[in-house]
Structures are given as C-alpha cells and as structure tokens.
Write a protein of this length. Structure first.
Length: 256
C-alpha cells in the first residue's frame, strides 16, 4: 500500500472517530434535563449521575460495539467470498441468531421459570447457538462449491433468512402479546430492555476487539485469496481453516 493510500486510510479513521465522538456527545446532549451532561455537575442529584453511568453510557458503548462488530464481519465476509453483498444479515447468520433468541424469549416463561439464569443471558446463549447453526450450514455450502461460485452462498443465506423470518412470524403470532412489542423492538436494534450496568457493554467491546484482532491476523490470507482460491492454496493457504475462522468470528459477534 502506497504512502498516499496509508495517509487516506488514517484520515478516514480519524474522521470516523470524530463522527463517533460527536454522535455519542449528541446522545447525551438530547437527553432529558438532568440526564445528560448536566448529570455530572456538582449540584446534580446522585441518582441522575448513577442513571447516566449505569444505563445511558453502557448503551452508547454497546451501540458502538454493535456497529463496529457488524462492520468487521461484513469486511471479513466480503473478502472471504469476494462478494460486496456478503454480510451477516444477507448470509443468514443474523437471522439464525434472531430465531434462537426469539424462541428462547417466548419459551423462557414456562420452560425456564425455575432457573436462576437472567433472561438476557439465555437470549445471548440462544442467539449464539442459532448463529453457529447458520454458520455451519454456510460452511457446508461453501465447502461443496468453488470460491468463484459465491452466488450460491448468498442464495443459501437468503434461504436461511426467509426461513428465519417465517419462524419469527409464527412465534410472534403464537406467543404472549405482552412480549411481542419488546421483542420486535429488540430485533430492530433497540437497547431499551438491557439490564443496568456496564458488564454487557464491556463484554461486547471485548468480543469485538478480539474478533477484530483475529480478522486482522488473517489479512495476509484474505489478500492471497484475492488472487483466486487455486493460487492461494498453491501458496500454502488452508481455505477451509480460513473459512472457519472468518465465519466463526462472524457467528460470535452477530450472536452476541
């Protein structure tokens, strides 16, 4: 990569960080009176400061982690499949995660009523399970086809999404109406039902950071793959191993 390209890349990263900081500040600026920046003033009530630190800021951090994670997954999948349409949603990984989370959310009231596990913990475990099942299906499809025939992989992902949408629709129709709206908002990206505290936010940031490091370490392999699967394998690249790494990281981040 030339010096000019490196400079442009760093400028884009800097611009992205500035926009991210401004968007985070805007979230606090538009907050109700007493629950934004003024919560940190000397005369602000302690409960207001606790609300911002335990609810508002963790949700901002989690939103950042979600956006960064999906961006990483999209970049990895597009490099793996040489298809600009590839991302966790199009390939059905997000759909598999959504199915797992929705089914457990509706069933937890009577199947897990006596368990002490928190509902959001069950939802995360179920989402990870659904994402991994979708990923295993995709790995099977990719392993049976040449890399140049990536349209079949995208079509397989679309089929997973259609099936996932049908299952979610049936679950909404048969489930408790009191939970339907909350789950629908959650599927649309709402963070309003998250428990207070920073544990989940830091967990998500840690997973995304670890996933980013893993994908960056596969950069040379993904660059080799751009030459073609046969040329890459001739240079010593294990395509199956690379596939498992990229799709595994995608499943974990999308499921979380």
């Amino acid at each position: 990569m030339s010096n000019a390209s490196n400079k442009s890349l760093w400028l884009l990263c800097l611009a992205g960080l500035i926009i991210l900081a401004l968007a985070s500040a805007l979230a606090l600026w538009v907050a109700p009176e007493g629950l934004g920046f003024d919560a940190f003033s000397a005369d602000a009530p302690e409960r207001n400061r606790a609300f911002v630190l335990n609810i508002t800021l963790p949700r901002i951090l989690l939103a950042i982690a979600v956006g960064a994670g999906l961006g990483l997954c999209g970049a990895g999948l597009q490099a793996l499949l040489s298809n600009p349409l590839a991302d966790p949603y199009v390939l059905g990984v997000s759909g598999g995660a959504a199915v797992g989370a929705v089914l457990v959310a509706y069933a937890s009231s009577f199947l897990f009523a006596d368990m002490t596990i928190a509902p959001h913990t069950l939802r995360i475990v179920a989402a990870l399970t659904g994402a991994f099942l979708a990923t295993m299906f995709l790995v099977r499809v990719v392993a049976q086809r040449s890399r140049q025939d990536t349209n079949r992989v995208v079509l397989a992902g679309i089929a997973i999404n259609i099936l996932a949408a049908a299952i979610i629709t049936v679950a909404h129709a048969l489930g408790d109406p009191a939970n339907t709206k909350a789950l629908l908002l959650w599927l649309m990206g709402s963070l309003s039902d998250l428990p207070p505290g920073t544990e989940l936010s830091f967990l998500a940031l840690g997973v995304v950071l670890l996933g980013g490091i893993i994908l960056m370490r596969q950069g040379r392999a993904l660059n080799l793959l751009a030459l073609g699967s046969e040329a890459a394998e001739g240079a010593g690249l294990s395509l199956r191993k690379l596939m498992w790494v990229v799709l595994g990281v995608t499943a974990v981040i999308a499921g979380l």
